[in-house]
Design a protein around this ligand. Structure first.
Ligand SMILES: [Zn+2]
Length: 93
């Protein structure tokens, strides 16, 4: 059994790393945007609605055309935002 303080230190360390990572990836690097964003940003100019939470997200051309061809195959709202995807993965594991 690990002492609780060790766990707390680990969480703090991870938070510090996350802060570091966000400073290394400033907002102006818009061409490096990956995944859907809540606002038009960089290459994310096409609107898609998440099939689960119905939130509007903006995605790049590749993601958008993938969603479009899935819809042509008869899949309703094939797009799923990162948050719902994370929720879904949690449930399925
Ligand atoms: Zn969603």
């Amino acid at each position: 059994m690990k002492p609780a303080i060790e766990v707390k230190d680990k969480i703090e360390q991870e938070e510090a790393e996350m802060r570091l990572r966000s400073t290394l990836n400033p907002e102006e690097q818009t061409n490096l945007v990956e995944g859907p964003t809540k606002f038009r940003k960089g290459p994310n100019q096409s609107e898609l609605v998440c099939g689960i939470c119905n939130e509007i997200y903006y995605v790049g051309d590749v993601t958008f055309s993938q969603a479009m061809s899935a819809m042509e195959e008869g899949i309703d709202n094939p797009f799923c935002c990162d948050e719902c995807e994370a929720d879904y993965e949690e449930v399925s594991h």
